[in-house]
Structure formats: structure tokens, C-alpha cells
Ligand binder design. Structure first.
Ligand code: GUN
Ligand code: ZN
Length: 435
């Protein structure tokens, strides 16, 4: 039996915060507390120091959060981070498809998967829903790497049988066989789960989308992930390709792909009927502000989604997004809403990246908070990484001011350590400032 006790300032959520009012937060702040974890699961968060039968780690003054939940990111796209000059459809052709082709090679896929997951852990992300590539080996490599790290990971073979280069296209028969084999091997194994993964409506034929829907119906507990309504040219293209559909989102409904555990990235160009359809079906959105800014895709209407009752989670969407850091992603999330004339709180942002993400994935009983019984996936953060940031923290007016300034100025340098199911999986190397 392992018993660990971690001391610090704990912050998590008990409900959905209001978007614009820091006072209406459902936030739980427990400074100078001990988190007790037995065999990888949270037993309690308490003010009293536990006895000597607990292995203790003290982090006075440090912020401790549940591990971030990133609901949309592409493993192979670490190779196209910060690629210049294009909007979505051109970016896919110019930068992304060539990089993804390299994942056909098992050794390359293993190398990228390890680098990618270590990058997530070093950024404070302990759960991720990931697009690898069309290649079966890219999925095996990612699941293998996640299993070695004890991470909760949801992924699946990307489906694309049209409107992609020859070297990246599959076909319905081969794709179905690959999916069935991967589901049999990985789905429900430890903390891993399979997601049926049509890239987006334009790159799958009707027959392939129907096959994806059949997989969802046949296997219990599968996830579904795809992209929707990210870019206006993309939306116009979908309208041409699927003239019978009421909207882009309606294509996925038609093929039986919406429901609980369905995750749709972006959702910028949706209407109210779409948002209602998402809420009614139990599907969730992954808001990807870094990507939306970098590719110039548009400004997500977060209040409209929240008003419709649609679950909103967060994705870094590397390589459309420019960093694996969820903290940087959240800072961009604030700026996207600011561009639309709105101000959202640190609580709304942090909730979306923790409990909100867990809820969106149907995993709040396992992750996203410090509730007793959840897995001890947590991240220990410094609030400042240099003297200027220390000064800013020293003059913070209140907790929201301190946390919002940290969120806005912070990045992966602020991660002291990342713990997954009670095991230390990342520890920051000492630097002149942190030593
Ligand atoms: N739509 C279809 N494929 C992609 C992708 O790889 N990245 C983003 N941002 N949007 C997409
Ligand atoms: Zn994406």
C-alpha cells in the first residue's frame, strides 16, 4: 500500500462557474491543506497534518490544481508547431498532411508519441483526447506511450477516405478492420479508451461516416472526436458536399455520431439550433482559442454555448494551436472573449480545463477535482517564474487577481511537478531562479 500526503494551496471546483462574475464561482480554495492519497486515489483534503505513516511532500505557497484535461490535440502535429502563413484548409495541405505521413513508420510514431506525452506532462496535462494519424501504428504507439505513463488517454485511428493525398487516405474496409482491432486491443484497458475519429466531414465519404456510426452503435462506451465549424471556407465546403444536411453539425447527427462522449473541436460557426442539438445529445465542444487565433479561424461564442447548456471544454489543438500548455491556451481563451467584447473569469477558464473537461468526457468520478475517490492526478505550480512575476503576485488584490495574473503570465516553466495516479511523472529541472 502506498500512502502519500502533499501539502500546499489546493484549488478545484464544485460546479459550473458563471462566465463573467468572479464572485459566482463554485470554486473551492483550501490553502495550507494536506491532500492524502492511498494507492493513487484521493482519500481526503484536510487541514490537519497526517501521521508518520504517510510519505509527506511539502509545497508551502504553491498552487496545486487537478491535472489539466486537454480535449483536443494532435500528436503528430508537434512537427508543425508555429508553421507560417496559412488558414485552415491551406495549412492542412501545406504543412500538416506531409508531417502526418511520417507517422506510417512505427519507430517515428513511437518517438513522436513519447515526446508528445512528455510535453503534455511537463505542461501540467494529465488527461488528453488526441488525434494521431490515419496509420494504425500511430494509435498503437500513442496508447503504448500513455500506458507507460499511467495517463488517461483517449484516442483512435483517424478516418479519412477522400479529399486527402493518396499517402494519407484509407478506405472503408481497411479502416473498419483497423478500428475493430484497435478497440479489441486497447479500449477499456487501464486508463485508456478508444475514440472513433473521423477527421472532419470533408475527408470522409458517406460510407465511411456510416461505418463510424456503426462502430459507435456496436461497442459500449466508445468516444467520438472530430472537428466542426472551425473556418468559414470549411463550412461552405461542407454545405456543398452535404447539401441535404441542415448544417455542418447535422452531418454528424445524420450518421449517428452525436451523443454522450462525443467531442467536437472548435464549433465557432454554429447557430442556436446546433448548440441545442449538442446540449440535447450530450455531445461537448472543445474550445481551442490558441488555434483559432493562430489560424485566424474566428471568435468562439462561449456565452451562447453555455446558455444552451452545451458542455465546453478546452483543447490546445497543437499544431493549429501554438503550445501544448493548457495555461497558455487559457490565456488565449480570455483574449478571444475580450476581442468579442466579453470578459471571462479565471474560474471559468480553469474549470473548463479541469472539472469541465472531466464532465465533458463523462469522467468526473475519476478526474478533474480533488473529491475523495478520484485518482490523484495533480499538478504543483509556482505562481511566479521570475522577479517581475513575483512582484505582480506580491501586490495581488485578492485570490482571483492573483490566479488570473498567474494564468495570463504563466506557462510550462511554472510547473514544479506533475503527479499521475499518485506517481511522480514529471519534475522540473532546477534552474537559477527555482533552485
Ligand atoms: N480540421 C480538419 N483537420 C484539422 C486539423 O488537423 N487541425 C485543425 N485545427 N482543424 C482541422
Ligand atoms: Zn484539431
Amino acid at each position: 500500500m502506498s500512502q502519500i500526503a502533499i501539502y500546499g494551496n489546493f484549488l478545484d471546483f464544485t460546479g459550473l462557474p458563471a462566465l463573467g462574475d468572479p464572485a459566482d464561482a463554485a470554486v473551492r480554495w483550501r490553502p495550507d491543506h494536506w491532500l492524502l492519497a492511498r494507492d493513487g486515489r484521493v482519500v481526503a483534503v484536510q487541514a490537519d497534518e497526517p501521521g508518520d505513516d504517510w510519505q509527506k511532500q511539502r509545497h508551502p505557497g504553491r498552487l496545486i490544481l487537478p491535472g489539466f484535461v486537454d480535449t483536443h490535440v494532435h500528436s503528430a502535429q508537434i512537427d508543425v508547431l508555429g508553421a507560417w502563413g496559412t488558414a485552415l484548409l491551406d495549412w492542412l495541405e501545406t504543412h500538416t498532411f506531409p508531417a502526418e505521413s511520417r507517422m506510417a513508420d512505427a519507430a517515428h510514431a513511437a518517438m513522436i508519441s513519447n515526446l508528445f506525452l512528455d510535453g503534455l506532462l511537463a505542461s501540467g496535462t494529465t488527461t488528453a483526447m488526441v488525434f494521431p494519424t490515419v496509420h494504425k501504428v500511430s494509435v498503437d504507439a500513442l496508447f503504448t506511450a500513455a500506458q507507460a505513463r499511467g495517463m488517461r488517454l483517449i484516442t483512435g485511428k483517424v478516418l479519412m477516405d477522400r479529399h486527402a493525398p493518396d499517402y494519407l487516405r484509407d478506405d472503408v474496409t481497411g479502416a473498419r478492420a483497423d478500428c475493430e482491432a484497435l478497440i479489441a486491443q486497447w479500449h477499456g484497458r487501464g486508463r485508456l479508451a478508444y475514440a472513433v475519429t473521423p477527421r472532419f466531414a470533408p475527408t470522409s465519404t458517406d460510407a465511411q461516416l456510416a461505418m463510424a456510426g456503426e462502430l459507435m452503435a456496436r461497442h459500449e462506451g466508445l468516444y467520438m472526436q472530430t472537428h466542426v465549424a472551425e473556418n468559414t471556407d470549411e463550412v461552405a465546403w461542407v454545405a456543398q458536399l452535404f447539401p441535404q444536411a441542415r448544417s455542418y453539425l447535422d452531418v454528424y447527427r445524420h450518421f449517428g455520431l452525436l451523443g454522450p462522449r462525443a467531442m467536437l473541436a472548435h464549433g465557432i460557426w454554429l447557430d442556436d439550433a446546433d448548440r441545442q442539438l449538442l446540449a440535447d445529445s450530450g455531445a461537448a465542444l472543445s474550445h481551442c482559442p490558441s488555434s483559432n487565433l493562430f489560424l485566424g479561424s474566428g471568435l468562439f461564442d462561449w456565452p451562447a454555448a453555455q446558455a444552451a447548456g452545451t458542455a465546453v471544454s478546452m483543447g490546445c489543438d497543437v499544431g493549429g494551436g501554438t503550445s501544448l500548455s493548457m495555461l497558455r491556451t487559457l490565456a488565449d481563451g480570455y483574449k478571444v472573449q475580450a476581442m468579442a467584447g466579453r470578459r471571462i473569469t479565471a474560474w471559468a477558464l480553469l474549470h473548463a480545463a479541469t472539472l469541465g473537461g472531466a464532465n465533458a468526457l463523462g469522467l468526473a468520478h475519476e478526474i478533474g477535482s480533488f473529491n475523495a475517490g478520484t485518482l490523484a492526478d495533480l499538478v504543483i505550480w509556482d505562481l511566479a517564474a521570475d522577479p517581475v512575476q513575483q512582484r505582480r503576485q506580491a501586490v495581488a488584490r485578492d485570490l482571483h487577481d492573483a490566479i488570473f495574473a498567474w494564468l495570463t503570465l504563466g506557462d510550462e516553466r511554472h510547473v514544479v511537478a506533475t503527479v499521475v495516479a499518485g506517481e511522480l511523472r514529471y519534475q522540473r529541472p532546477a534552474t537559477p531562479f527555482t533552485a
